[in-house]
Design a protein. Structure first.
Length: 133
């Protein structure tokens, strides 16, 4: 069995939708012995993904990618490009038995599940947190 890293830091990019395909990509601070590639894509034939809320795409991503990262290190810090509801990240950690996986930007209940976007209050807070002035 391959050795597990002590810690792993992952910076995830926004999903890229092209017609009926979505590509997920990320960068890691140490190699993952269980996965050499830093991207993958899924094609849903006949499904126009550009009309889907991004929240749905994040669910697909966490369903498939989180167990790979969880297996790779004793502590995993995942830096997402936008906040997700705490209920979503808590659900996937519990589902995959991965309490050692931590997400940045876990907002309160100000996330709009209907649109898959942060509410204006969260969006303002997020922009302030990430500004470089």
């Amino acid at each position: 069995m391959a050795a597990r890293a002590g810690s792993l830091r992952v910076r995830v990019d926004l999903p890229r939708v092209r017609g009926n395909a979505v590509e997920f990509s990320w960068r890691q601070d140490v190699p993952n012995v269980f996965q050499r590639r830093d991207h993958w894509q899924i094609e849903y034939e006949g499904v126009p993904l550009d009309s889907f809320p991004r929240a749905v795409l994040w669910e697909v991503f966490l369903t498939l990618q989180l167990p790979v990262w969880a297996r790779a290190a004793d502590r995993v810090d995942v830096l997402l490009p936008e906040p997700l509801p705490r209920i979503v990240t808590d659900w996937w950690r519990a589902y995959h038995g991965a309490p050692h996986v931590h997400f940045d930007a876990e907002p309160t209940d100000t996330y709009s599940w209907a649109t898959g976007e942060p509410s204006s209050r969260t969006a303002r807070r997020w922009r302030c947190r990430t500004s470089t002035s």
